[in-house]
Write a protein that binds this ligand. Structure first.
Ligand SMILES: [Zn+2]
Ligand SMILES: [Zn+2]
Length: 305
């Protein structure tokens, strides 16, 4: 037995090589049974895929990032290279973003965090940023703002009294944050480094973002009954061995995840350049396991929930 460290007070066992978090599972099950009272009437959620790409440069796809607008508030999920430009193309003002959620700390999901924060302050943003992510997020935040780019807080402080305030929150499985409009839940993923998926709920509507992962039981649990699952689908099916090695997923696996979770709609994202021209084939493959609608994402794709 061992303490898992992901959830305070949790004692876990190691079975079949996987650390199984009892308290984390119980907590997420309880939360999912409890209706979301945030946004009681259910505010409309608009998903904008601001980055449908991966860790390879791609002329047509920015690296991973997604915006979910709940009512008028944009929430940013992942912030890979190209996010700032995509936000501007989508007509989303970076100064309106107060909360950034990171699924994990690989560069294609986090590299643009410091510049986006700095730029939005230069553009006139007031208040503070809350940065949510897995274990390591506080260190990531401190090193970047104190050691690598110390000039950023300094310059902002010179321009505006309130200075640069970024509050990191390390989260694991359970409730991430809750407001009157929405709540955000998380569950662990399987990507070789600490990683989490997010479920965003307003009223009875729910959207789930997987981040990078192999097919994951805790993600299936988190996504149960969601209106929309945005799941990474890095490579076509004939690259499954490479996907296993690199802790990613292929369309037939993602279709099975969507099927088991009972979601209404599935979006395939985090597409490597090897997927180019094969998107229809990948959608068909996912649909061989999942009868709901499947969409291959592209930059600036918008979906209303
Ligand atoms: Zn990635
Ligand atoms: Zn990754």
């Amino acid at each position: 037995m061992a303490f898992c460290g992901r959830v305070q007070g949790c004692i876990c066992i190691v079975s079949t090589g996987e650390l199984f978090c009892f308290l984390g599972e119980a907590r997420i099950n309880n939360l999912l049974r409890t209706p979301c009272h945030s946004g009681r009437k259910g505010l409309e959620m608009k998903v904008v895929i601001t980055g449908s790409g991966s860790s390879w440069p791609d002329p047509d796809r920015s690296s991973a990032s997604h915006v979910i607008e709940v009512g008028s508030e944009p929430l940013l999920f992942d912030c890979g290279p190209g996010t700032g430009m995509s936000l501007m193309k989508a007509g989303i003002n970076p100064t309106a973003i107060n909360r950034i959620f990171l699924t994990h700390l690989h560069m294609d999901h986090s590299l643009e965090v410091p510049s986006l924060i700095f730029e939005s302050y230069l553009m006139g943003k007031n208040g503070k940023f809350d940065l949510y992510g897995p274990t390591g997020t506080a260190y990531f935040c401190r090193i970047l703002l104190e050691k690598v780019y110390p000039y950023a807080p300094e310059i902002v402080g010179r321009i505006r009294k309130e200075g640069l305030k970024v509050t990191p929150h390390e989260v694991a499985e359970g409730l991430v944050c809750q407001t009157k409009k929405y709540r955000v839940l998380s569950a662990k993923t399987e990507h070789g480094i600490p990683g989490i998926a997010f479920r965003i709920e307003s009223g009875k509507s729910a959207v789930v973002i997987s981040g990078d992962t192999r097919p994951s039981k805790s993600l299936i649990r988190l996504a149960r009954g969601a209106d929309l699952l945005i799941h990474e689908c890095s490579f076509p099916d004939d690259m499954i061995e490479f996907a296993r090695t690199t802790h990613h997923s292929v369309p037939s696996e993602v279709g099975e995840v969507a099927n088991q979770a009972g979601v209404k709609k599935l979006v395939l994202t985090h597409l490597f350049p090897q997927c180019k021209g094969r998107e229809r084939e990948m959608v068909r493959s996912a649909n061989s396991k999942f009868s709901g609608k499947v969409i291959a994402s592209h930059d600036l794709l918008e979906i209303k929930v």
